[in-house]
Design a protein around this ligand. Structure first.
Ligand SMILES: NC(=O)c1ccc[n+]([C@@H]2O[C@H](COP(=O)([O-])OP(=O)(O)OC[C@H]3O[C@@H](n4cnc5c(N)ncnc54)[C@H](OP(=O)(O)O)[C@@H]3O)[C@@H](O)[C@H]2O)c1
Length: 221
């Protein structure tokens, strides 16, 4: 398989790269820093420099992957800030960073990778249960929650626009021990990614447009 991982310098994205490489797949992965790009190349991937918030950077993605047909594409890049507990208003800078990374980024990345999706491809976007509106019982991190609710809307629109060509799903990876999730989280990055890889492998067109936990169980929007 040809696999694309967007946002693979560390955490969940890097683990997707490790596991797909260990399974013998051909992997293209993106990162922002030279060190991360070098580390990805050492894992046997084709590494591409990409900052999803920079128009010039995202705008160059399509031609760099031209000619490849991806069976699986996973959009992982994301940020969580600030760690608010109630209704503290975000600064302009935090609002722009979070919304540009978590919402505008996927919108632009999807338009770049759409022509490079193989027929019947699987497109997964890392969202969060915190973005679910129906089941919500807390307002903590409300800017991040708003961004992931918007990201879910983006994924749903992808599923409609790409129906018949690709199966698109939004993932909650679980609460995972990464820089973002922290040391006290429930799941190791290996457990989370191995669960999501299994779900991706079992996806059928009937799953198009679903919001799934890392173990494949459905989450209400
Ligand atoms: N960990 C959890 O418990 C959890 C729970 C729910 C959802 N998620 C979601 O899962 C995804 C991965 O989370 P994680 O835990 O692996 O987070 P992480 O360890 O903080 O890693 C975040 C990744 O996103 C990349 N990134 C951030 N801004 C970027 C930008 N402007 N352009 C390109 N890449 C950018 C980072 O690259 P740099 O190294 O260059 O900063 C890094 O590779 C995120 O979308 C997150 O919201 C995580």
């Amino acid at each position: 398989m040809n696999v694309l991982v967007v946002g693979a310098s560390r955490g969940i994205g890097l683990e997707f790269v490790r596991q797909y490489r260990a399974a013998g797949e051909t992997v293209t992965a993106t990162a922002r820093s030279d060190d991360a790009l070098q580390a990805l190349r050492a894992l046997g991937t084709r590494a591409i420099a990409l900052d999803v918030t920079r128009t010039d950077s995202v705008g160059g993605l399509a031609w760099q992957i031209d000619g490849t047909a991806f069976d699986v594409a996973v959009i992982v890049a994301g940020v969580y800030r600030p760690r608010t507990s109630a209704l503290e208003p975000p600064t302009d800078a935090d609002f722009d960073t979070v919304m540009h990374t978590n919402v505008l980024g996927p919108m632009r990345v999807v338009s770049q990778i759409e022509p490079a999706l193989a027929p019947g491809a699987r497109l997964a976007m890392l969202s969060s249960r915190m973005g679910a509106i129906g089941p919500r019982t807390s307002a903590s991190g409300w800017l991040y929650r708003a961004s992931k609710a918007a990201a879910n809307s983006v994924l749903k629109d992808c599923s409609t626009a790409l129906a018949g060509r690709a199966t698109c799903v939004s993932f909650h990876p679980g609460w995972v021990r990464t820089d973002m999730g922290g040391a006290g989280a429930d799941l190791s990055v290996e457990q989370s990614v191995s669960g999501m890889r299994g779900v991706i492998a079992r996806l059928t067109p009937a799953d198009n447009g679903r919001f799934l936990d890392h173990d494949g169980s459905p989450i209400a929007w």
